[in-house]
Design a protein around this ligand. Sequence first.
Ligand code: CP
Length: 309
Amino acid sequence: MSELSVNHLLGIKYLNQQDINLIFETADHFKEVINRPIKKVPSLRDITIANLFFENSTRTRLSFELAEKRLSADVINFSAASSSVKKGETLIDTVNNILSMKVDMVVMRHPNPGAGVFLSKHVNASIVNAGDGAHEHPTQALLDSYSIRERLGEVAGKKVVIVGDILHSRVALSNIFALKLQGAEVKVCGPMTLMPRYIEKLGVKVETNLKKALEWCDIANMLRVQNERMEISYFPSTREYTQQYGVNKKLLESLNKEIVIMHPGPINRGVEITSDVADSNQAIILDQVQNGVAVRMAVIYLLASKIKR
Ligand code: CP
């Protein structure tokens, strides 16, 4: 198979196993490209991409922009804070105004779940979801699985625990879909107050004891507590959360094996993960960020090849 089954990347739930294999094989090629002295290919010289960020971002925004530039696309950037959205313009009007400047692809981060799906039905461009509220963050899950594949050889058969604020996490949902699709076993671990009620219907098990979860897994993906999405208190105090669900060196040394530690960033050092763990060889956090560029190049390249010009 040499093309994706989809015209947009709106969520992992719309992909199949062959799509993921194709993205990873294409990313392998681009990873080699970005390690050359000249890190650029002319593949998308005829494509213009708009990066629309209605919510804060460091890694995803920079990673997409770099990926687009490494492919030689023309790139325009938009952030809601300095735009006419502040004057009351609708999402569709904003995007259609941008598209009238002959834009082919839109990469969008938005606080509302389903914003990417909505846009894909109303505008004539390829849409890439760069995170929509607490719904999905598909490129994060792809780069996470790609990093597991790189460190451990394959994703199939691996035991992965996702730890922390599952309730508010688009990273958790996209990772669950991606990992299950590739044949990994998945558990989620955290306080029951931060667990969606029907999470087990997604084929994952819940473990509330972090030590037991770490003893079971090959990989632990530590999530950030998303205070910005919480209107009430979900646990008594940050100190108590850290005592029960924070990973530290002593806890890892008490296991009878070495597990891989992941984190999507941004890290709350000393809350869900201590600095000695985040900066250790066991952690692949910066590998995840580095792989993000190659994986996003692959996604953009494959979607661009489906645009009718
Ligand atoms: N992992 C992630 O999405 O980070 P940003 O919010 O900085 O983009």
